[in-house]
Design a protein around this ligand. Sequence first.
Ligand code: FES
Length: 258
Amino acid sequence: MAEFETIAQGMILVRTGASKVARAAQPGQFVQRRGIVTQGLVSDDARAQTTPFDPQPYPIISVDATSGEITVLATTVDGDDSAITSTPTGLEWAVRGPLGQPISVDAAASHVAFIAQGDGIGAIIAVMREAAERGVRVTLMAGAANAWQLYPSHLLPDGVREMTATDDGSAGIRAPVTHLLPQVQDDADLLIAAGPKRLYEDLARMRADGLLTIPTTVMKLPRLECRDGECGKCAVQTTDGTRLACVEGPAFDLDEVE
Ligand code: FES
């Protein structure tokens, strides 16, 4: 039975049975949700009538291979949780995956910095956990509009050092999250970023201005229009040509993204 836990404004953790995904998933991967639940073909949201698969990608936060359950992060808009939680009692979410390429932090790295804005953090939780469990020093710079939109500190993987920034100053410094970078990057080996396009534009500007000096990966979780690399709607233009985020992503080198 799927279980739902609202952990922050607009963020819901969904725990559901998905034994095949739980066995295969690796950090950085995500799943796609079938809009029609399996038991009795009950429609669990309005889109199910026309869209067999939900286009929202759900990053895998953790897996329990023993129980065959996975936990993903779902995000909501304007406080409307119904599209996420309206699955009738007793039914699992039907998911497809794991999708995307796994991400492994460079084995030679001793300190990895992560930067996340809002619900973008879902894409890097499992990556941070894997790095921290290997003994890599992990620093997270987390930004949001306000304290209520931050991923809760107590749910972060063990060993993660967190710094925060909010637009209204209700947690951490009152500034864009990128303002934390100068304190971190001097002794970090690399940066992994997850958030909206605006965050990546800010990082690209900092790179151009010489203010971001370490190798940087950006996480681009695409809307899944087709799910099989066929429609081309998740195309990312890079210096290496067009790449498909649903198949080749979600991690791209900041310097290669155009
Ligand atoms: S979503 Fe269709 S090619 Fe990626």
